[in-house]
Design a protein around this ligand. Structure first.
Ligand code: ATR
Length: 282
């Protein structure tokens, strides 16, 4: 990498941030494209996010990706937001414009749809019902993305049903809420099932849902990418269900982020998936 007085700086903001894959992906693309650019991690203490972004207004930094726990604050800090960021109530991209204004976007939904397009090419969101497990930020973003893509029937299942209902009420349209006790009904006739809960993460309790109640052709996706094949995906595979992994979504959100920061699509020649798998030890 060679840096100069014109180097375009972008990065990722979160807490913790040390294990973020984004610097690995973006810097590999920067190197391949030969850009005078760099992508760095910013570890910001809780309570300091708003001050951090205020200081970057005016274009000293081209933009930042935003990850947990700052996605809501990122949207709140912006002067303008895309419709998809507003619907998700979260931003994972902030662009610092030269005029001092701050634009918020959300590419997580694009990443989700890109993951399906790549790993389950026959999947069409318009063709039938999808079910989401969980009612946190990930599920809300996924519901907004599927709704935007024309999905006619989006079912959100959550342990705390009221949280699923709150998403359905605020996004409106074809979204309905289910409790865990209604999960079999929520699986009936669906073409895809997405795990957007934190269950199954290294320190979380395993998610216990009757995957065998999904139709044989139901595509099963997990937003968690470490491990690459989560216990949830392993169970789906054992039942013969086609699967989509969370790493494809991570890369899928990074592609439009790169375009937002560096003004061009990432070079296709870099195998960022293989790079991520090696870096993460997956
Ligand atoms: P996000 O990262 O998407 O913002 P979050 O806000 O931490 O995630 O939400 C985590 C989700 O995982 C919630 O929907 C939570 O259910 P509750 O709303 O009932 O708390 C869900 N979740 C976490 N552990 C779970 C478990 N063991 N079984 C079922 N759901 C679980």
């Amino acid at each position: 990498m060679s840096l100069s007085g014109r180097t375009r700086v972008a990065g990722v903001v979160g807490q913790p941030i040390a294990h973020s894959m984004s610097p690995v992906l973006h810097n590999a693309w920067i190197a391949q494209a030969g850009l005078d650019a760099v992508y760095v991690p910013f570890a910001i203490a809780n309570g300091r996010f708003a001050a951090f972004v205020e200081g970057l207004r005016g274009g000293s930094v081209a933009g930042v990706n935003v990850t947990l726990p700052f996605k809501g604050e990122a949207l709140a800090a912006a002067d303008q937001a895309s419709a998809r960021a507003t619907a998700a109530q979260a931003a994972n991209v902030l662009v610092f414009r030269a005029d001092g204004t701050l634009f918020a976007d959300n590419t997580d939904g694009l990443g989700l749809l890109a993951a399906f397009a790549e790993q389950s090419p026959g999947f069409d969101p318009r063709a039938g019902a999808v079910t989401l497990l969980g009612a946190g930020g990930g599920a809300r973003g996924a519901a907004a993305a599927f709704a935007q893509a024309g999905c006619p029937d989006i079912r959100i299942v959550n342990r705390t049903k009221a949280k699923a209902q709150a998403i359905a009420d605020s996004l409106g349209g074809a979204i309905s809420a289910y409790g865990l006790d209604e999960v079999s009904a929520a699986f009936r006739g669906i073409q895809a099932l997405v795990n957007a809960t934190s269950a199954g993460l290294a320190d979380g309790a395993a998610l216990d849902v009757p995957l065998e109640a999904t139709p044989d052709a139901c595509v099963v996706m997990d937003m968690v990418y470490k491990p690459l094949i989560t216990p949830f995906l392993a169970q789906a595979r054992a039942l013969g269900r086609p699967t989509v992994d969370g790493l494809a979504m991570l890369i899928g959100q990074a592609v439009p982020s790169f375009e937002a920061f560096y003004g061009q699509p990432p070079p296709a020649q870099v195998d960022v998936r293989a790079l991520a798998i090696t870096t993460l030890g997956l």
